[in-house]
Design a protein. Structure first.
Lengths: 253, 259
């Protein structure tokens, strides 16, 4: 279980999060939606301890990670798998070395089954074992995301975080990634938190959706509840209208 | 307004000094982990040392040659003989030019590469990925480069000293007609403390280069432009620090009777 209580975070004068409260329930897939710059990705990085909040508390399995030292935080971070927006694969390593990187550090005793782990994880994301010998530069955008996902699940985390899992992919590949996210939750029973602008993806993968605007939670509910929400901000966002309470600053020339 | 700008600059400088101190502390903390990361350390040693050999050789060879040429002609003008060419070339290279030029070459080649590599990893979230995959970035990225620089820069300096002295000999003997025995006797007369003087400096320069480059890399933000900025500033700061610290290191070492 992950809980954020009154989380504030600023970058210079830019106050990104302004008292965010959020609960993530065990076994669910929660999707964070909202406009650009509203603090969705920052929220994800605060959950895993990559960023520290300026104020507020972050609980992971009843442990406040904002007060932990580096070693204790590192032990909490082992519970997480993270699919980064650009996959963040290590360029100098092969796909197999990327997939096994976390296992090598977190579960070195399992390295004797390294080939089997690579094959199983690549299989889970729909890639053939032959891909294992390739370098990230030889992969397409969709394949990189899949390898990133294989790497994120290889050390069998309790939580998996997806930062814009379908951004930059064509609609078919986006749907393939959505299916993978649903499939992985079903097979591995992992609690998942995703950040996306892609509403089709959000409806497909989520048990619950939470909308963030100006650093605060404005709505949370099942995909059905969000679609039927009478909150004008939620309505404007899901209909993609430029007219409404959410004003995007547009510079005129 | 001007006061605010200068205040901010002082604060930024203090923050950077603090950041460097924290990075050094973390590097020493993770140093023992290098035992299990031998392959990575070896790869970095190849990159820092072996790959820098050609450019270091070329720099040292021509520095030794030009030193011998200038010394020989200057002394011939004053004393009518090219005296002390071996002594001047040997002492200049061992105590000053060997470590400083090697430091500047490594700062330009290796410092830039380290800052660009870690900076790119930072802006593409690979550094964040290390955290979530059970490795501290200082352990995985900084410690191997730190050890490689600390071991290879002094070795490169010794190598540069030797190449420079040979370059000096070529000019002294074939251009200035200094007898071989005189040149090499002058080189052999140089004290071991003079060589230590240069070696101690080279260790200090290695520290400056690797810590500056790693710090700048880990602080990189803002995409490709940010990587370019970090790379440039890592090289410029390293070179300036090498040249400035050269004076103070020389003063300290001389006062301690080392060279």
């Amino acid at each position: 279980m992950i809980r954020l209580e009154g989380v504030h975070r600023a970058f210079g004068l830019n106050r990104v999060l302004r008292g965010l409260d959020l609960d993530v329930r065990e076994g669910e897939t929660l999707t964070l939606i909202g406009g650009s710059g509203t603090g969705k990705s920052v929220t994800l990085k605060i959950m895993v301890g990559l960023l520290k909040p300026d104020q507020g508390r972050v609980w992971v399995d009843n442990q406040d990670i904002t007060v932990l030292d580096e070693d204790e935080l590192s032990r909490v971070q082992r519970k997480f798998g993270f699919l980064f927006q650009g996959a963040a694969l290590f360029d100098s390593m092969t796909v197999a070395e990327n997939v096994l990187f976390g296992v090598r550090n977190l579960k070195p005793q399992e390295l004797v089954h390294g080939d089997a782990i690579v094959e199983r994880c690549l299989g889970l994301v729909g890639l053939k074992p032959e891909v294992a010998a390739l370098k990230p530069a030889e992969l397409s955008g969709g394949m990189k995301k899949r390898v990133g996902l294989a790497r994120a699940i290889a050390h069998e985390p309790e939580y998996i975080l997806y930062d814009e899992p379908t951004t930059g992919l064509d609609p078919i590949m986006s749907d393939v990634i959505n299916d993978l996210i649903v499939d992985i939750r079903a097979k591995l029973k992992i609690t998942s938190i995703a950040v996306t602008h892609d509403l089709k993806s959000a409806y497909k993968i989520s048990n619950r959706m939470a909308m963030i605007h100006e650093g605060r939670l404005v709505a949370v509910g099942t995909p059905d509840e969000i679609q039927r929400s009478d909150n004008p901000m939620v309505h404007q966002f899901i209909t993609g209208s430029s007219q409404g309470p959410i004003q995007m600053p547009v510079r005129s020339y | 307004m001007v006061f605010r700008i200068y205040t901010q600059r002082v604060l930024d400088l203090a923050s950077a000094v603090g950041g460097v101190a924290v990075l050094v502390r973390k590097t020493f903390r993770w140093l023992p982990s290098a035992r299990s990361d031998g392959k990575n350390v070896f790869n970095q040693m190849m990159e820092v040392g072996v790959q820098s050999f050609p450019v270091t050789s070329l720099t040292a060879l021509f520095t030794g040659m030009v030193l011998a040429l200038q010394t020989g002609f200057s002394f011939r003008r004053v004393f009518n003989e090219p005296l002390y060419v071996g002594t001047v070339v040997g002492l200049s290279l061992l105590k000053e030019l060997g470590p400083v030029l090697t430091g500047v070459v490594v700062a330009g080649r290796v410092g830039a590469r380290i800052a660009a590599e870690i900076g790119t990893m930072n802006v593409t979230e690979q550094v964040d990925a290390l955290h979530t995959l059970g490795t501290h970035p200082v352990r995985y990225l900084v410690v191997p480069r730190f050890l490689a620089c600390l071991l290879m820069v002094p070795l490169l300096t010794v190598y540069a000293d030797v190449i420079g002295v040979v370059g000096g000999y070529l000019v002294a003997h074939f251009r200035l007609n200094v007898p071989s025995s005189i040149y090499w006797d002058e080189i052999r007369a140089i004290q071991i403390e003079d060589a230590f003087h240069g070696l101690i400096k080279s260790v200090a320069y290695a520290l400056i280069i690797v810590i500056t480059a790693c710090y700048k890399g880990l602080q990189t933000s803002g995409g490709a432009e940010g990587v370019g900025r970090s790379t440039t500033s890592a090289v410029v700061i390293s070179m300036v620090c090498i040249l400035v610290s050269d004076y103070f290191l020389s003063a300290i070492l001389v006062s301690l009777g080392i060279g």
